[in-house]
Design a protein around this ligand. Sequence first.
Ligand SMILES: [Zn+2]
Length: 342
Amino acid sequence: MLQIESELLLIIRSVREHMSETQKYCVGIDLGGTFIKFVALGRDFRPGPTLQLPTPVQEGPDGVAKRMVAGLEQLMQSQRLSREDVLGVGIGAPGPLNLADGIVVAMPNIPGMENVPLRDLVSEGAGIPAVLENDANAAAYGEFLCGAGLGARHMVLVTLGTGIGGGIIIDGKIYHGANTFAGEIGHIIVDPEGEECGCGQKGCLERYCSATYIAKRAERMIRQEGRTGKLAELLRDNGAITARDVQLAAEDGDKFASEVWDSGMYFLALGCVNICRLLDPDRIVFAGGMAKAGDGLLGPVRKHFKQLHWSLTDILTKIEIAGLGNDAGVIGAAGVAWNAFD
Ligand SMILES: [Zn+2]
């Protein structure tokens, strides 16, 4: 009888442990210059609803850390999570960062945010272990876990915005490199005699196909070469044009706009071929403002990719548009915490 009882106790304990195991969560926090976002992610990697609070820019680093802890507690309360339910917190922040020590080295849009031990401030404030990750890497990890990277093992995220950033996932893990500089896809050199880049190199990829430079190139060609068409009219009326203007005019059949857009897509495809040669990923995923062009981006990139790709094998890497939009970073930050604390 005693033996049966003790066996029963063992079974109950293991069921309880299993249940509490399946109910654990990690929380992701994404620090931006305007908003701080929060999300809880269970072991099934199905993200819950996100919470968004304004970034208290004027309150400096301590104010930012306090807002992060307050938001974390608000999120936990709304989802009825206790401290014991949360294994850890992942914080995504813009670089430069010292990942090993959890320090934000600089964040120009928040005054005083220099050499701030953000990881420890949040962890100590909340009483929950925390880990810091670069926001581009976190976004790549989010897409990998829950978005356009689902089912892939090796994935590269290319973020197309004012600049070009990225993140590399190899064998399901973020690849940081020896000095955490891996994934700076925007600074792959595509023309050694090309334009000078702010980074000190010449002919970096982002000088040819970021949203900023596609718009700039069109403006320059209109002003210096007297190019005409829809974009010239827009520039005259609005004083500026955007990459979106270029893409839409190209889709409408404007010859000059098509030329500028297609040139940008050529360089983007060139970057993708180089990524394939080096890393052979299952998938390359485009995110950021320019990815909203959808097929307007994928169509020409895939066309050039096919032409530039080697002929030794079929094309095995798929090129897709990101699926999580602006939530990739916060979801990925929670995923980073799962990786660190599970
Ligand atoms: Zn550069």
